[in-house]
Design a protein around this ligand. Structure first.
Ligand code: SF4
Length: 725
């Protein structure tokens, strides 16, 4: 980077990576070639970070200047067959991108993209289940998410719109909506400072939400008791009073054991339950047999320890639960979240500062993208597409008819593509050819689509299977709002211009919509040609979205510009938003929460003599999701250049595998080769592999069995074997 003397412009914005939502300043200067580039990043005193940034936020920005950025529209060459094998060929350099695609003008590419969709849509006719689908992005802005789902619903005439929330917290949201009437967090991360006990389960924030982890560390240093429950140990374990290293996939057993103790030792908050909770007697009956001794046999945590942590949690003046994908990414992920919600409700640990339920949201805008309706069964603000009155409201606003049938979810769409029921797919800023389970199948299904359009900033694995590739803008190149894990809506500002012919995402979505017959005019002539980062069209979309989303009622665009960050719900313009909710009641028909009893059930992936290990997938500190951004960030990729599979020292001895040796991982679904990393963070019999590396694509190994309620795959548990190479 350049010295500070070369900085000519400073732009205040938000970090493009995780759901913590750190505010930062892009320090911009000359790029030496007549343009501008971001040279350094500094943390701002935002509500979620107070000046702090992690390695991704501080050093991960130069992906936007990477020479591999898409700078011109691409269309598939005539005769260039869509072949999943091309992914590895192009990524490894064995094949050139221009062997598959030729450059095109925007006019030609947009026409081809739109015509492909209109041919499929119009051939299906009205009344049939739509053969078109769309995956929007949790990395894009709220405005992009809103306009994208509007494109699919109003213009594609389809409800098949989803995004990566399906792969991360869909089960948490399903359980929260069912139990307490709201899918968002009840308290912000910063509330850990007021918690006497912090219960962190299935999450590794030091890796995935590092600035949030720093506040947890501060809280423990100030006297809070930290309980961690996770099959893997982690950096924060050193600060924990208890690290419950339970057997993978036994969350419900551990939590039901704790609930049994709470109820049978008189630790339940009877006043809170009587006033605000339904279903206590059913829950009590359901955990009557879940004694700590019985649950200990399943989860592997000693009965006395289950008792101690249950007492600690229930007796605390304030106890807060934070969880991550270790809870949600299971075929019984909804049950896991139900049991956690039950723990908070039976102990009355919700509705006050320092208490509550906080599913740590992964991507920078996964909360906002879900709020904005990028999910197949909900219109914006979680209004059900199946309800006639809801549809009527949106039909009056948008025109046309909205399909009353809830759409298919991410993995279901892949199966429908393979079966020919989905024939056209628009992927904006997501990478299912890396993020979906059972990648060999998913890539084949993508290749079988009649028409695949990908809008992205790099030629992702998914883009390599596309018919048309549209070069988009990176987050520091555009205006937009982003909603963090705390329900804090923040404004992102452009620091630099997109490279080459790359365009603003919102402009591209509008162009596709207009070519398919939509009467949209968010982009006015004075806003430019779609490359310039114009504020006005984003504000127009935001204000339309605000009109149908009650939590944003008190947050006009002008307020966001003025205050930069407003916590939602914010019903009135002259009042601060509500950072702690459910103080007096829950947003349900009777104002009460409902307990949903669960029973432990073994998962679908079972270890046996052939596949004796449990493989868990996840992230590493330096890399973000499928690596589309961070693998192109020079410093991050230099620090963490390859996939490492973690295995326990005793397993390594048993298999004769040395630290750093190459090993082959195999499951019922596929195989990869990766470098072994001997680590006592995993248990004996457990393996861990990050999913950001195309060279050892972890989801080649995972299966696509789904949670029946939330349709989330069980990424955290796959039966596997490991062989020395
Ligand atoms: Fe960005 Fe998350 Fe790191 Fe903050 S904690 S700097 S939001 S990646």
């Amino acid at each position: 980077g350049a010295g500070l003397a070369e900085i000519t412009k400073q732009v205040d914005s938000v970090c493009p990576y995780c759901g913590v939502g750190c505010q930062l300043t892009w320090n911009v200067g000359p790029d030496g070639q007549g343009g501008e580039r971001i040279h350094t990043v500094t943390g701002r005193d935002g509500p979620a970070n107070h000046g702090r940034l992690c390695v991704k936020g501080r050093y991960g920005f130069d992906y936007i200047h990477n020479a591999r950025r898409l700078t011109t529209p691409l269309v598939r060459r005539e005769g260039a067959r869509k072949d999943p094998a091309d992914i590895e060929a192009v990524k490894s350099g064995a094949k050139r991108l221009d062997e598959l695609f030729r450059e095109a003008t925007w006019e030609e590419a947009l026409e081809l993209a739109a015509n492909g969709f209109s041919r499929i849509r119009d051939a299906a006719g009205p009344g049939f289940e739509s053969p078109l689908a769309g995956f929007g992005s949790a990395k894009g802005s709220n405005e992009e998410a809103y306009l994208f789902q509007k494109l699919v619903r109003q213009v594609f005439r389809s409800s098949h719109v989803d995004h990566c929330t399906r792969l991360c917290h869909a089960s948490s949201v399903a359980a929260l909506l069912e139990g307490i009437g709201s899918g968002a967090v009840s308290n912000p991360v910063a509330d850990v400072a007021q918690a006497e006990v912090i219960f962190l389960i299935g999450a590794n924030p030091a890796v995935n939400h590092p600035v949030a982890a720093s506040f947890i560390k501060n809280a423990v240093d100030a006297g809070a008791t930290l309980i961690i429950a996770d099959p893997r140990r982690q950096q924060l374990s050193r600060r924990a009073k208890w690290h419950l290293q339970f057997r993978p996939d036994t969350d419900v057993a551990l939590l039901n054991g704790m609930l049994h103790v709470v109820i049978h030792e008189g630790l339940a908050d009877e006043g809170f339950i009587a006033a605000r909770v339904n279903g206590f007697e059913q829950l009590k009956a359901s955990v009557a047999e879940a004694t700590p001794e019985r649950m200990a046999e399943i989860c592997g945590i000693p009965a006395e320890t289950i008792r101690e942590v249950a007492r600690s949690f229930a007796r605390a003046r304030s106890a807060m639960i934070l969880w991550g994908m270790g809870v949600s990414q299971h075929v019984y992920g909804t049950d896991n979240a139900r049991a956690l919600i039950a723990l908070a409700l039976t102990t009355g640990q919700i509705g006050r500062p320092g208490t509550g339920l906080h599913p740590l949201r992964g991507q920078n805008n996964v909360q906002g993208a879900s709020d904005a309706g990028l999910i197949p069964m909900m219109l914006p603000n979680y209004q059900r597409v199946s309800e006639a009155a809801v549809r009527a409201q949106f039909e009056a606003l948008w025109g046309g008819n909205i399909d009353a049938r809830p759409g298919m979810t991410v993995v279901e769409i892949m199966h429908a593509a393979h079966e020919g029921r989905i024939r056209g797919l628009f992927v904006e800023g997501e990478n299912p050819a890396m993020s979906d389970p059972d990648l060999n199948f998913a890539r084949q299904a993508l290749a079988e689509l009649q028409h695949l359009v990908v809008q992205d900033i790099f030629a992702t694995e998914t883009a390599l299977l596309a018919d048309v590739v549209l070069p988009a803008s990176a987050q520091p190149e555009k205006w937009g709002t982003y909603t963090n894990t705390d329900r804090l809506i923040q404004i992102g500002r452009p620091a630099v211009t997109p490279p080459g012919l790359a365009m603003q995402d919102l402009w591209v979505i509008e162009q596709i919509g207009r070519r398919l017959g939509a009467d949209w005019s968010y982009w006015h002539a004075e806003d430019g040609d779609g490359q310039r980062a114009a504020e006005a069209p984003v504000a127009r979309v935001y204000e339309e979205m605000r009109a149908v989303m009650a939590p944003l009622a008190g947050v006009p665009w002008s307020r966001l510009l003025r205050e930069e960050a407003v916590v939602t719900p914010a019903p009135a313009e002259d009042e601060p938003g509500q950072s702690v909710v459910f103080i007096d009641s829950f947003p349900t028909s009777d104002g009460c929460a409902t307990l949903v009893p669960t029973q432990f059930r073994p998962g679908v992936e079972r270890v046996d003599a052939d596949y004796p290990f449990v493989l868990t997938t996840g992230r590493v500190l330096e890399h973000w999701h499928t690596g589309a951004m961070t693998r192109h960030a020079s410093m991050l990729d230099a620090i963490s250049p390859e996939a490492l599979v973690s295995l326990h020292p005793l397993d390594a001895v048993g298999l004769g595998v040395a630290d750093g040796a190459m090993v082959r991982l195999e499951t019922h679904h596929g195989g990869v080769v990766a470098r072994a990393s001997i680590s006592d963070q995993v248990q004996r019999g457990q393996l861990f592999l990050p999913f950001a590396f195309w060279e050892a694509a972890a989801n080649t190994l995972t299966g696509d069995a789904l949670d029946a309620v939330a349709k989330i795959p069980g990424f955290k548990v796959t039966a596997a074997r490991l062989l020395p190479v």
